[in-house]
Design a binder for this molecule. Sequence first.
Ligand SMILES: Cc1cc2nc3c(=O)[nH]c(=O)nc-3n(C[C@H](O)[C@H](O)[C@H](O)COP(=O)(O)OP(=O)(O)OC[C@H]3O[C@@H](n4cnc5c(N)ncnc54)[C@H](O)[C@@H]3O)c2cc1C
Ligand code: SF4
Length: 331
Amino acid sequence: MEVLPRFEVVRPSTVAAAIAAHQGGQASRFVAGGTDLMVNLRHGLGTPERLIDLRHIPALCTIATENGGMTIGAAVTLAEILAHPEIRHRYPALATAAGAVGAPAHREAATIGGNLCLDTRCVFYNRSAWAREANGFCLKHRGETCHVAPTGQRCHAAFSGDLAPALLVYGATIEIAGEASLRRVPLSDLYAEDGAAHLRLAPNELLTRIYLPPDPWPALYAKARARGAIDFPLAGVAVALRAEAGEVVGLRAALTGTNPRPFLLAGVEALHGERLDESWLDRLGKLVQKQVSPMRTTLLAAQYRRRVASALARRLAAALGGMTAEGGAAA
Ligand SMILES: Cc1cc2nc3c(=O)[nH]c(=O)nc-3n(C[C@H](O)[C@H](O)[C@H](O)COP(=O)(O)OP(=O)(O)OC[C@H]3O[C@@H](n4cnc5c(N)ncnc54)[C@H](O)[C@@H]3O)c2cc1C
Ligand code: SF4
């Protein structure tokens, strides 16, 4: 760990003031819980002159029911999400994902906005400055070569936030505020498949709110991690499924931890209108295996992460369909 760089901290009380306080580029950084940003700064990953603390903006700190759905401010903490009775009842996969982040003390500080805007992770990147320097740094920060895929010119660092897949399968949209703009887009539009530039946000743009639509489908979230707690997902999967008379009439699956962005599984329509049985689960598992692209960015093998993502998707779909992953009836 490095000594923190010298910076000032400003504490605006409105979104407009937070954006106005941003000096552009990387000289200013927004900070919410700081549980990701401060660790990165202690690793020498960035030297901002100004941190703009978002936790004193009341508009970003509320959870509300709106038009039958729910709105969550970007600076709401994961502990607040986990403790919220309506979220737990109506959007249980989101509560599960929030409860799977770090440890209780992290969740008291960590926010939903910070979780969605989390930096991507890689064993060659999330380490001390001297270790990175000894390796000649890497493409994502100060270097010229990617140690994971040395012949390429792309960073494969993985997005490892737990909340995004749950929000994606619920069909969440987000509000983004800029200097002279306010736009509402599907959450999936926030992300790009590039580990060095995975957020489609200008440096002075702020994620302000997350909207959950009404009438959520039954959904579950699960993650695989090296330790049973305080660990990022090696692969995290959310599945939302609607079945009628044993037939699947709606399916969404989303993944994190395997690619530079969290993403909704494509091609799930092919699994609609069919019985949820063992061969259906096999096809879902294969779809996941085809679309995830884990690389050597964690200590565990990429092939393990591919297979565990597939197994988790099968397991969650089976549980939602009321059967075991082996194809029998659930107990
Ligand atoms: C030991 C440890 C274990 C962890 N385990 C997990 C885990 O299991 N799963 C997991 O998902 N995460 C984990 N984390 C990472 C982190 O704690 C969480 O992802 C947390 O939700 C990040 O939120 P934050 O408010 O602390 O973000 P911050 O650190 O404040 O910010 C993170 C990034 O988002 C930007 N940002 C924050 N808010 C906004 C906004 N509203 N608009 C635009 N940009 C914004 C910041 O500029 C920064 O770049 C772990 C961290 C540690 C240290
Ligand atoms: S994937 Fe390559 S470029 Fe990206 S952080 Fe890892 S080593 Fe660096």
